[in-house]
Design a protein around this ligand. Structure first.
Ligand SMILES: [Zn+2]
Length: 380
């Protein structure tokens, strides 16, 4: 590839080396010291490139939030680049479960696909501009999140505040199905279900008992029956516990529920139904708490226009860019729901997010980096 204005020359081996340095620092969400070692590394890299950095100490046991802003582009609204530095993989995964290794086009490592490669691609694109002595028209703000994998409880407000200060949001979560980027995501709701009955001796006085576990069985079937694939609504009772021991009528049971919805309207309706669950056994108490965690990310006119722009840039670079819709949530849900045009899934292609065999494809790196550079350069 020869360098011309619309086909940046990038080096796949250099990109991979940088990604592997990030993957080499394990950063499971619940280990804030580990996440902060990752933050240290990214902070050092961005500092070398002259970005104005701000590091916000973590709270509630999570790592720090790191932001960095280009020295050019002024104080006005610009481009927000969003990535998370945490992974779902426990410490030691690098040594045992999914060590860094290359097998043809596949490069393995814990968190490489979700989403250290994507975060690094944004950094690399910025480095490219600095090295070439070029600037984007709009200021670029990086925001690195420490706890996306558990729903960004300590960084959501910051993500939303930064999104409102920007014109566009680029999220470098993994690409899908052969390089598709993401222009829509279902909304995610989470609920806790607690059931309280009455304990009793299962042999001598079972008639005095009110089984919370039996009630749970009714509730599980009612909740799972709310799934409506045609409407795009799914419910999953993903965790259940109850009872104390085998010869006691169980007085308590608890479940955690995940729900996905395609639109805000369906989100409201389904949350209302979930929060209004009634016991089948009138002597048992059913209590549901929770609600929407990430609002739906709907492909509106602004997102459609931003995608068309990216599609044109990809064609200039030499590849066909398609988009897709997914049931998985990300921090892009927060920014898209505010009406700020958001493109997601701009990270590397690959497979196995959250799995112990996750990998990226080496062949996707150059074109994704070139696309990120061109998005930075051309958005105005
Ligand atoms: Zn992710």
């Amino acid at each position: 590839m020869t360098e011309s204005g619309n086909r940046p020359v990038v080096d796949g081996d250099e990109i991979l080396d940088g990604i592997l340095r990030w993957v080499g620092i394990e950063s499971p969400t619940h280990d804030s010291a580990a996440v902060n070692r990752m933050v240290d590394h990214v902070e050092g890299e961005l500092a070398r490139l002259g970005a104005a950095l701000e590091r916000t100490p973590g709270r509630d046991g999570y790592g720090d939030i790191l932001s960095g802003r280009s020295p050019w582009g002024g104080d006005g609204p610009g481009i927000l680049f969003l990535a998370h530095l945490d992974t779902v993989h426990p410490m030691g995964s690098l040594a045992d479960i999914n060590p860094i290794r290359r097998d043809g086009d596949k490069v393995h490592g814990p968190g490489i696909y979700d989403m250290k490669a994507g975060g690094y691609l944004g950094y690399y694109a910025y480095q490219h501009l600095v090295r070439e002595g070029r600037q984007s028209r709009l200021p670029i703000t990086f925001l690195f999140i420490p706890e996306e994998e558990i729903g960004s409880p300590t960084s959501r407000a910051r993500i939303e505040a930064e999104a409102k200060r920007n014109k566009y949001v680029l999220v470098a979560e993994p690409a899908r199905d052969g390089g598709k980027i993401v222009t829509g995501r279902k909304g995610v709701a989470r609920f806790d279900l607690e059931i309280t009955g009455q304990s009793a001796h299962s042999g001598s006085r079972p008639q005095d008992g009110r089984s919370a576990v039996r009630e749970m069985a009714h509730q599980i079937l009612a909740i799972e029956a709310m799934t409506d694939f045609a409407a795009g609504v799914t419910t999953n009772v993903g965790f259940v516990e109850g009872g104390t021991t085998v010869n006691v009528v169980p007085h308590r049971a608890r479940a955690e529920i995940d729900m996905r919805v395609p639109t805000p309207e369906l989100g409201e309706e389904m949350c209302r139904r979930m929060l209004n669950l009634k016991p089948v056994d009138p002597d048992v108490e059913v209590r549901v708490t929770g609600g929407m965690n990430r609002p739906p990310f709907v492909k509106d006119a602004g997102i459609t226009a931003l995608f068309e722009h990216a599609h044109g840039l990809a064609a200039e670079i030499g590849f066909e860019l398609a988009d897709t819709y997914t049931g998985g949530g990300s921090d892009g849900n927060f920014t898209a729901a505010l009406g700020v045009p958001t493109l997601d899934g701009l990270g590397a292609d690959g497979a196995g997010a959250h799995a112990d065999w996750e990998y990226i494809t080496y062949s996707s790196l150059e074109e994704r980096a070139a696309l990120m550079i061109r998005l930075f350069e051309t958005l105005e």
